[in-house]
Design a protein around this ligand. Sequence first.
Ligand code: LLP
Length: 447
Amino acid sequence: MHAVDIGFSPDHFPQVHLFSYIDGALHCEGVNLESVADRFGTPAYVYSAGTIRSNFQRLNRALDPLDRLICFAVKANSNLAVLNLLAREGAGFDIVSAGELFRVLRAGGRADRCTFAGVGKTREEIEYALREGVYCFNVESEAELERINEVAGKLGLLAPVAIRVNPDVDARTHKFISTGKSKNKFGIGLDRAGDVYAKAAALPHLKIRGIQTHIGSQILEAGPFAEAAQKLLALVTEIKNRHDIEFFSIGGGIGIVYDPALASGDPAWWTSTDHPHRITTEDYASALLPLLTPLGLRILFEPGRFVVGNAGVLLSTVQYVKTTPAKTFTIVDAAMNDLIRPALYEGWHEIVPLKKPSAPAAPMDVVGPVCESGDFFAQDRELPPLAPGDRIALLSAGAYGFVMSSNYNSRPLLPEILIEGADVRLVRKRQTLEDLVAGESLTGDAA
Ligand code: LLP
């Protein structure tokens, strides 16, 4: 990927994405984002296909010595065009609902490359996934094992299962996205796992296919991944010997850089090992390969954010600037319903104007129009002067952006645009006001 020049310190993200200023105008790959905003309006999500492809390939290459399958976590970005692009790159998919499986199939992905995760799979979802032939159910409780066995029995099928094991490690990430501690709702404890496998083996309509773990998201060090793998090694070997499994899935969770202040402009920063605030594919691979290679199993990875996070931006237009004795509020046309990460996880997204700024920065809050104080994108952030009509991009919004959006305040869902080189595709239309009320009626149908 070529070096990019973005934000207020050029070359902050030399290996991360294909958004850059060209002649003072923010571009995605070869396309001026002002022209995209003119054509499709704002707010709008824009994705760089080249960035997605490059991230996927970089990770895949780093893991080359392994018999592996990268199952993209569909929850991070489930647009059909994005899934299709990844399917063509050879990705499998990590899904958590019937809806995600439906999307993968619609996008040209294969069910036999899908793992089905999640603590609350319903009978209907299990049946759908079984009929479509998913690669494996990652099972989170004994009750779920029994349910999958029962549904498979009714259909006369054998259900492939793996147990999600909770290794009780600290992923050192935000508490809402940490999943591998014993206090979290996920998986089965290490001490119980052997017994649960024995139980699975005794159920007639199950086929034990693997073992899985996942410790959390936005993890910026290799250490917790290695710790989880290390803690599971003995169990994985035991389960392999006892139940002849095919795969071990280490889950997702590789973090990305959101804040350029944490990044160094020095290209060596990106390739040096053991640096805080960022993890490279090399760090990840060199921590895990020595542990995983000797297992002699197929290794599954479930990255979401790493593949698409830095590959997307949310375009927005300044509506008003309101100055109070305490603050300057820049009010934009995007809101918390479009990108909820700041409100929900104190998520930090870099904000850059589409026209490269020359004036000095001053502190301001960037807020949306929704009637909640949590509706902000930045607080007391140093940004260049912004006036009504100016357009901005909220960076690194490609993961958990559109997918977590809602119609709150009766705001239509945004369009999604996929750019590759000079090619611009509207891959999801903006909802209309009519779409907002589709399916509703004044009185309902009489029962
Ligand atoms: N596998 C499992 C079982 C997961 O639960 C997740 C994410 C992933 C893979 C993918 O994790 P990733 O590689 O994207 O970190 N909405 C939050 C993140 C929630 C993550 C939930 N599970 C956010 O915006 O930060």
